[in-house]
Each structure stands twice: as C-alpha cells, then as structure tokens.
Design a protein around this ligand. Sequence first.
Ligand code: ZN
Ligand code: ZN
Length: 549
Amino acid sequence: MASPSLSFLAHLLQEFIHSNSLPESKALHTLILKSGLLFRTFLSNRLLQAYLKASLPSDAHKLFDEMPNRDIFTWNIMITGAIKAENTNLARKFFEDSPRKTDISWNSIIKGYAQEGNGSETLALCSRMIQEGHRPTQFSISSALQEKNIVSYNAILTGLSHNSLAEDCLIMFKELLLEMEIQPDHITFAIILSSVAALANLSCGMQVHAFVTKTPVFENVFVGTALLDVYAKCGNVEDARLVFDTMEEGNNVTYSSIIIGYAQNGYGREAISLFKEMTACGIQPDSFTFVGLLMACSHSGLVEDGRYYFDSMKIYGVVPDNTHHTLLVDLLGRAGCLEEAREIINRMQKPDAAVWGSLLGACRVHKNLELGQVAALKIFDLEPSNASAHVLLYHLYAECGEPEEAANVRKKMRRIGVKKDPGYSWLEVDNVVHNFVADDNSHPRMNEILLVLEEMVTSIEKAGYVSDVLSFREDGRKSYHSEKLAVAFGLISASVEKPIRIMKNLRICDDCHITMKFIARISNREIIVRDVSRFHHFRNGNCSCGDYW
Ligand code: ZN
Ligand code: ZN
C-alpha cells in the first residue's frame, strides 16, 4: 500500500477533530499504526486531541503510552485534556512529568487549580512559575490572587521583581493601590522600590517616596535602604545620602548600600569615608561592603586605597571572591599595572570570563597586545561566543596597528555567529519613558531629534570635536548611536534645571563619551549616562569617570 501523504493525514485529522467525527478518527488511527507513522509526533498529537475532544481519555492515555516520541505539544495536550476533564491531580502528574514546561503548561495547570478553588496551590504555582523564568498571564495572576491579601500580593510581586519583570511589578502595584481593603506593607514597598531601581525610573521612585512617607512603614530600615538604592541607581547620589542620613539605625546593609551608591557614581573618597565611619561605629563590614569599597576605589582611580582595602579584607574575616578579584584587576588595569593584575588572576582558584574580560579591557586601553591576546584566549576557552571579548579584541588589534588581525576577528565573529547585543538607550521625560535604538525612526519627533543632533555636532566640531564614526542610515543621513539620539531628545524636551538622565544597556563607546563631554560644555547642561557598568556624570566638558570605564 502506498503511504498516504503526511500533510493529507494531518489535514483529515484536523477536520475530524473539528467535526468530532470519532469513528473516522479511529479508522485513521489504525491506518497510521499500519503505515508505521506513529513516530510522526504531530500526527499522534492530533489523534490525542481527537480522543480528548470526544471525551475518551482512556484511548488518549493508551495512545500517549504507545507514542515512541513525545514533544512539548504532546505534554500540553495531556495537561489541558486532564484539566478539561476536571482531573487536576492527573493534570499535575503530566505537568510534573513533562521534561520541559512552557508558558502554556504553567498557565494551564494554574487554571486547573483556580477552577477547583484551590487558592494556596494556585498562588504557590504562580510564584514558582515566575521564579523559573516564565511570564504569567493576567488570568494566572488574578487566579493566584483569588483568596487576596497582602501576603499573596507580595509573593507575586517578589517573583516578578526577581525575574526582571520590573514593569509588570509596577503595573501590579498600581492595581494593589486600588484595593481599598489591602494596605501595602514594608515588604511591598521594598519590592516595588527595587523594581523602580532596576528601571532607574526616578520620577516613579519619587512618587513612591512621597507615598511611603504618608504610611507607617516609612521608618522601616528595609524601605529606607531600598529608597536610597533607587536614588543612587538613578544617579542622584545627593538624595540617596539624604535618605541615608534620615534613617535612624545604620547597619551593614544600609552602609554598604550607600557605599555602593557612591561607588557607582564615582565618589570614591565619600565611599571610603563612610566605610571608616561604619567600622568606627563597630559595624562589621561584609562581602557586599567590600564590593562597594573596591568598586569605589576602581571607579575613582584610587589604586593605593584599593590594594590596601583588598588586603584588609582578611582582618574582617571576609574571603575575597571572584567579584572582589575582578574589581581589583579592574583597578590595577586602569592604572596600567597590567602585570600585577595578571598576578592577581594567577592567584585565583577559578578565574572566570569576567576577570579576564577586565584584564582584556585594560590591555585595550594601554595597548598591550601580547597580554590582551592571552586574556582573550582564556575567555574564548570559557565562553567561546562571548561577544564583548570579541569586540574588545577587534578594537585592540585595530588600535595596535594590526588591521588584518582585526579583520580576522570580524570574520570569525560572523563564522561562529557571535552577535553584539543591539544597543538601546532610554530616558524619562514627564513620566513617559522614551526608548531609542540607532537608525530606528519610530519616535514621533525623530526628524526634530536628528536636526538638533546635526546642529549640535556642527557646533561641537567648531569646538574641536572630531567624529570617528562614519556610518549612514538608509535615508543617507548620518547614523547615530542610541545615546546620542536620547541626549538630543533630552535637549529639546527635558526641563533645563534638571540633568538629562540616560540609561544604556551596553557600555558607552569612546565617540559617544567624547560627544557627551562636548555637548555638556556647549549646552551648559549636566548629562548623566548610566551604562552597563557605571555612571558617567558629564559636567563642563568633563566626565566623572575620568575617561576610564
Ligand atoms: Zn556610541
Ligand atoms: Zn565617563
């Protein structure tokens, strides 16, 4: 017998499912078995659907057991079938047994428990779903909040904020505020503020701040710490300090948080002075404190202090981990002490890509090709498609006068499919967040933005700026990195009294960095750029990073 075409069979089965034609489906099942096509999972999946639709779960289970291959659709069909038959226990068994779970699997099982009114299990599953990196639907969230109180809200909010779903977290918080009978507690505010900090949304942070001052939890140390973290992460270190100073009790978490805040913003001396104050008060520093302290030394170029504090960790019984080592390597690399940095790495038990990356970055700045190559090879051993290491190595070769080697790195990147993450920047004006991507015209004021930018570039060129970027958009106009588009938009839309605050998902490039310095001087505006590794405060033609980042 000639084998029937697979697509024809699939089509027939679809028709039978639609019309619920059971005898025909069974006949096709026999045909599929005889033709040895049961291994074609998509056909078997359709048969499963036909049996479940016809309320014949035992036939479906028999077929499920016989199937030589199963895919994620197979498992999801069994889960949803069991839920439709109101057999939540069986659905749970399929759910737990399925080797991979998709958003559909999660949302289906949650729906099952919600339907039978099992609130605690719904809530537990919804939290677990978010923790495992899946995004709940609105239905799942409202199901999980059926039996509603602040504990259930906090459970879901925690999950969302821990899984980089900060925007979802804020949306849910706004819904919570509409619930007259539920009051947010100190845990709620701490969670919300950490989401606000992750988004670096200053105006939202200020709104929550104003709100929280009217509640009894205002004096809570967790809320205070979260609030100072918001200001620090938005580059507003003065207000972070104000919050710190108004907190009644200082402990190692509050001190460490303000030290990190100062560190990220390039205020090394202030961070060290707070560390001294903290230890003088008898507060024991921990691993987190030293991360802040070393970051402070690194971001402010305080080499001697950095060496001293790294060595003093043992006095406080804190064992340096990879993060501390990476910060020290960064600090030494910045100062050009490349061999010493290499020595530090040699002393590490298990150096990771981050610490080698730090050394590679320093080799690029100091044009040390030999050591840079060693660092790059170590990174490629650990992470063969590490994009930033490839890009750094490319620049290192190009800047050391090795264009052919640089071109080889580019070729290799194409061959093995290494892609740079697309860069984007965002800034908030009047409570609206505006996103920018290079060459993306979707912003309604893009024409104006490009005009301002072109005029600005002409004026800063007169002041001595030489652009080293020459790429063009499809319409023939010059192409600009996202932070340049963002700063132009800031110039035409943000209040002149306030700094222009820009967030960027990647490290700012050399050309944008120089451009920002010039623009800050010519326009007499303060520009703050938070890139992936630190803050840059541009004022009067200078940057707080001292041109090392
Ligand atoms: Zn750039
Ligand atoms: Zn800078």
